[in-house]
Design a protein around this ligand. Structure first.
Ligand code: A3P
Length: 305
């Protein structure tokens, strides 16, 4: 599946790679305005496990961790596990809520519970049933400077996205939200509005990097997964950057090397000029200064030069 999407991008002219829906850009090889229209009718189940994060905040890592935690808690038999994997395959798309053809949401009704649903969308773009239901939503955030650098490489390495001639040109697009899924800062501002809801929890890439087991314990407690110490250790090993990168050909096909790039915190220092640092610091302060989300993200620790 991943390799088919990859090839579609290689052959597509760069001006057709993105489309705009309600003022936000999305990749045309994996979604369409019709799909995003159809998404409105998506029916959330109260036991859906929802993971939301802007691109490049570590969503593939979080997905793998949560899949492992969920299946450890559920104790699926081998047969059940096979059924679950086959049901996912029948969706015929890379698992992101906003990907696929407009009929995908009908097919998703056949997925057995608990469904693990991933999205890069901010809350105002989610289907109404998702915010109205009792389903829990785990929101992943990453410091905006590393997110920007990661997305820069992704944009330039992924055939399904247009390329930028220089970091400076890309940085302007990042700051203006002229990238797929729009502005990351706007995305954070939107999630901050929901931060006090009990059914929403925020976790950061950096806290998972600092102490993955502690982070996974927070995730398990939030979703009500019962997982023992030994399993936490096993899952941490299985989802380490190295382990995931080594397995990535199998799990992500040709996208593997592009997604599992460096997996580090603070590499933005190699890219941001003094002026770009100041611009980002100012924008973050203007849009999110003093908010609970900003405190959670520890901007001063991870983003100050
Ligand atoms: P870098 O480009 O900085 O290396 P997403 O999955 O949302 O596309 O995010 C990709 C980012 O998460 C990449 O960051 C990637 O290396 C990092 N990542 C993926 N798996 C990881 C893991 N197991 N541990 C730490 N970082 C990981």
């Amino acid at each position: 599946m991943e390799d088919r999407i990859f090839s579609q991008g290689v052959n597509a002219p760069s001006e057709g790679l993105l489309f705009s829906y309600r003022g936000i850009l999305y990749p045309a090889t994996v979604s369409s305005p019709e799909t995003l229209e159809a998404l409105k009718s998506f029916e959330t189940r109260s036991d859906d496990v929802i993971l939301a994060g802007y691109p490049k905040t570590g969503t593939n890592w979080l997905e793998q961790m949560v899949r492992e935690l969920e299946s450890t808690d559920a104790k699926y038999t081998e047969e059940e596990m096979k059924e679950r994997i086959n049901a996912e395959k029948e969706l015929e798309t890379f698992p992101r809520l906003e990907f696929g053809d407009p009929e995908i949401y009908e097919r998703m009704k056949k997925l057995p519970s608990r469904r693990i649903i991933l999205t890069h969308l901010p809350p105002d773009a989610l289907p109404p049933s998702m915010l109205q239901s009792k389903a829990k939503i785990l929101v992943l955030v990453r410091n905006p400077k590393d997110t920007a650098v990661s997305y820069y490489h992704f944009y330039n390495d992924m055939p399904v996205l247009p390329s930028f001639a220089s970091w400076d040109e890309y940085f302007a697009a990042f700051m203006n939200g002229k990238l797929a899924w729009g502005s990351y800062i706007d995305h954070l501002v939107e999630w901050n509005k929901y931060i006090d809801l009990e059914r929403i929890m925020v976790i950061s890439y950096e806290e998972l990097k600092e102490d993955q087991i502690l982070g996974m314990k927070r995730i398990a407690a939030f979703f009500g997964f019962s997982v023992c110490e030994e399993d936490f250790r096993r899952i941490a090993e299985k989802t380490s950057f190295q382990a995931m990168k080594e397995k990535s050909k199998e799990t992500h096909g040709k996208f593997g090397d592009i997604i599992f790039r460096k997996g580090l915190v603070g590499k933005w220092r190699d890219f941001f000029s003094k002026a770009q640092n100041e611009e980002m610091d100012q924008k973050f302060e203007d849009c999110l200064g003093g908010t609970k989300l900003a405190a959670k993200m520890k901007y001063d620790v991870y983003c100050k030069a």
